[in-house]
Design a protein around this ligand. Structure first.
Ligand code: HEC
Length: 188
């Protein structure tokens, strides 16, 4: 009897946790994801209107700036990470993020849609609960201008990139691959 009650309590708390996790994901999506299509649209517009060299600031300044604005609004940390970074200083994943990025690649290889790949987990850090969330950033047509095979990059653009980013590893992508992820850390 005691055992049955104990098992029931455990099950119920499991259900409650799963429920909380879904609610956290939903709320994080709502506040963080709109930045992604905004950057893509801005990139398409700038590349088409002004050319690729002039579009560098979209990935360099506008994307981090939009994420920063959302961070200020929500109080959550938000940034972009990748397994093959262009900007090592800002884009290098920590261990958990690197594992999730590797897992995203495996999940994509197993047929999951790259556009909807995400993960959310609750951790205890220094005695306090933290929700961490990641969402895959897919490579679209416009991204190939600067992240496609290195031999396909316009010479003038390549020169600027080489001058700015020593050790740039963010080349060689194909459409539909995972360029990186949006990563969110929110205190609970
Ligand atoms: C005009 C060139 C250009 C285009 C086009 C471009 N990027 Fe970038 N991307 C860059 C540069 C430059 C950086 C480094 C930014 C910095 O200094 O933080 C970068 C960095 C990134 C990062 C951060 C991780 C890292 O490697 O440093 C992600 C994620 C990213 N780009 C995704 C994309 C996606 C997705 C697209 C297509 C929608 C795209 N980029 C199109 C130039 C470009």
């Amino acid at each position: 009897m005691f055992r049955a009650a104990f098992t029931l309590t455990l099950c119920l708390s499991g259900v409650a946790l799963a429920h909380d996790l879904e609610a956290l994901k939903l709320d994080t999506r709502k506040n963080a994801l709109p930045v992604l299509p905004k950057v893509v649209a801005m990139m398409q517009e700038t590349v088409a209107g002004k050319g690729a060299v002039a579009a560098i600031p979209v990935c360099k300044d506008a994307a981090p700036q939009l994420l920063k604005e959302q961070s200020v609004k929500t109080g959550w940390a938000m940034s972009r990470v990748s397994l093959k970074t262009r900007n090592q200083a800002t884009g290098t994943p920590d261990l958990w993020e690197a594992r999730q990025l590797a897992d995203f690649n495996i999940r994509a290889a197993n047929g999951e849609k790259v556009e909807t790949l995400e993960v959310g987990e609750v951790f205890t850090e220094n005695g306090k609960p933290v929700f961490r969330y990641m969402r895959a950033i897919p490579v679209g047509d416009v991204c190939l201008k600067c992240h496609g095979p290195v031999e396909s990059i316009e010479p003038a653009l390549k020169q600027v990139l080489e001058g700015t980013y020593p050790g740039d590893r963010a080349f060689g992508y194909a459409k539909g691959q995972i360029r990186g992820a949006l990563t969110v850390r929110r205190p609970l």
